[in-house]
Design a protein around this ligand. Sequence first.
Ligand code: DGL
Length: 275
Amino acid sequence: MLVPGPIGVFDSGYGGLTILSQMREHMPEYDFLYLGDNARTPYGTRSFEVVYEFTSQAVKTLFDMGCQLVILACNTASAKALRTIQQIDLPKMDPRKRVLGIIRPTVEFLGDITISRHVGILATSGTIKSQSYPLEIKKLFPDITVNGEACPIWVPLVENGEAQSEGADYFIHRHIDNLLSKDSLIDTIVLGCTHYPILYDKIRRYTPEHINVIMQGEYVGRSLTDYLIRHPEMDSLCTKGGICRFLTTESVDIFKQYASIFFDGDMQVCSIALK
Ligand code: DGL
């Protein structure tokens, strides 16, 4: 018998906290265990094999710590590792457990948002190269034209605490211009990396007003709530005490310093090694 546990939430670093805070808004009664691989971030420029290897270590760790459901709150991991973990690893580990990504839940809502049917994706090099967004969008909405722009410097800006610096403006402006020059009909831009909401104010500053800028957290929160209603067997394996705990591969002090932007009050953080 599986013992109920917290919902595991994984990201390469701090970005997944933007998803976690939205999940907590939608599902305050659930327990969450967040894992940030801050010591090895960024993943966005790493190979398929390495992202898969690191993500699979993270999932095993969260399972070992009592989670029965794990959300990859990282687009790069969702794009490069989710399918292999779902199809190859899970059946061997325990087919009753679940690992879900965040690309599909984001894409599902797009059809109702874009009017011009031209969408832009801003994401890491890994996510853009994987073509996961255009593939998922085409499956659900074949009439939508998709263009992507890789922004390899944006995650390092966030992870190094430079999100509010003047230097960040240059790179944010440049990538938005690049994306819009690929397709002038874009009316909706998806922030396809969980770190990017931290840059939201600057992204909005350089994006024409008529263009929607989509942050995933809201949609992932809604989609997960709906998933647990449709899957009561999994819902009964998620504990509900409203508690949130954190794991990081970095030092506790460094993690707390940054993560406190997202969470009020005392944070329970432990440092762990992934292998
Ligand atoms: N936050 C992650 C994403 O959503 C990846 C950032 C990185 O490690 O490059 O893609």
